[in-house]
Design a protein around this ligand. Structure first.
Ligand SMILES: [Zn+2]
Length: 374
């Protein structure tokens, strides 16, 4: 009897330690290895002091300098169940080179959302990207701010200042919370910090990276605020000329809280957003695990595509993470090019970003290997 109690006790303690370590790991940021063009690291709390020491306080990586060239802001990890959004940002951080102008990158725009997964989605806590001799592990997060940081959800989320009503859970959705306010809820203050960053750092072009399920109507697309429409049109044409199908979507004027709408309306920037197709978010998917996140291959979606239930081409190749990251990097490069064509006097000069074909050929690990960095 005593032995059974002892075995039970040891088992319970072991499980508690295991669960505790997993829980702790979900809150520790993966190390990043910025390129030699890094000039400084700022924090979001410098733009909204209430975020200091909170789980939303996070790095803003600055590459290049304010030297008369344009400033471009990249947002990854607004929704942390959209891994191409932050892996593309990490890859930029580790490879970008700047000769003129400035690129600011916030890879974990909602860092709180990266500290948990969404209950009921069966998402893995982490997924691995293979390197030459090892693997590099990354966390999978949630669409929403961690409820430990903002709870409970209201019945109805009333967006400020428009008064638009959305479901209560969207009160923890960063991309429904722009422009945000200094006296807003936790997620609204993250939005406020980013809006302040755009204003104070005089950001000329914003590229907000996202993914969506393959059946979602706005997919493989660049969404643009009116001011950014000319720039986005040129970028989409350039992408199509290179064989990458992108749709051009105008930011709906009456749908509030989204980065492209509110950063466009409340600041002087050119606000854009990109979407790639991620089956691990999709409602039609089957077994959900770390492999699905990276391979993007789901047999249920192969069947769904056959009966035209997806908005993107989908076959036995799946839509792997490297394709989604490649599309984001290509879209980013073309947006910067288009902005430069329209504003040649402040055109930034950047390099080091792999092309779509290079990324497909060499795979993500070739650009995310810490041993390749000084
Ligand atoms: Zn998103």
């Amino acid at each position: 009897m005593k032995l059974r109690a002892l075995i039970l006790l040891v088992t319970v303690v072991a499980l508690a330690i295991y669960a505790g370590l997993e829980f702790r790991a979900s809150r520790i940021d993966e190390p990043l290895y910025p390129s030699a063009s890094l000039s400084k690291v700022m924090r979001l709390s410098e733009f909204d002091a209430s975020l200091k020491n909170s789980r939303a306080d996070t790095e803003i990586y600055e590459f290049g300098r304010q030297d008369g060239g344009a400033t471009v802001l990249v947002l990854g990890g607004t929704h942390c169940d959209e891994p191409a959004s932050y892996i593309a940002a990490y890859l930029l951080i580790e490879n970008i080179a700047l000769d003129h102008g400035r690129v600011l990158i916030v890879p974990r725009a909602n860092r709180s959302a990266l500290s948990h997964t969404t209950i009921g989605e069966a998402h893995p806590a982490t997924f691995d990207i293979p390197l030459k001799r090892s693997v590099r592990s990354f966390r999978m997060g949630s669409r929403y701010t961690n409820p430990l940081d903002q709870w409970p959800d209201p019945e109805v989320f009333v967006h400020v200042p428009s008064g638009q009503e959305l479901s209560g859970a969207d009160s923890r959705n960063l991309n429904r919370s722009y422009p945000g306010a200094a006296d807003g809820n936790f997620t609204g203050r993250i939005a406020n910090a980013i809006t302040e960053l755009v204003k104070r750092e005089r950001v000329d072009l914003v590229v907000d990276l996202h993914e969506a399920s393959p059946e979602y109507p706005v997919i493989n697309a660049i969404v643009a605020h009116e001011r950014a429409m000319e720039c986005a049109s040129i970028a989409v044409l350039d992408l199509q000329l290179e064989g990458l199908e992108f749709a051009l979507e105008p930011s709906p004027p009456n749908f509030h809280g989204l980065s492209h709408r509110e950063l466009g309306d409340h600041t002087a920037t050119h606000a854009t957003l990109m979407e790639s197709a991620n089956v691990s978010q999709g409602r039609l998917r089957g077994r959900t695990n770390a492999d699905l996140v990276v391979s993007g291959l789901d047999s249920m979606y192969v069947r769904a595509a056959r009966i035209n239930m997806t908005r993107v081409p989908y076959d036995e190749q799946g839509i792997p993470l490297k394709v989604r990251v490649g599309r984001h990097l290509a879209g980013f490069a073309k947006l910067v090019n288009a902005f430069s064509q329209l504003n040649p006097e402040i055109a930034p000069a950047l390099s080091g970003i792999p092309t779509y074909d290079e990324l497909l050929q060499n795979d993500l690990g070739a650009y995310l290997d810490p041993h390749d960095h000084p």
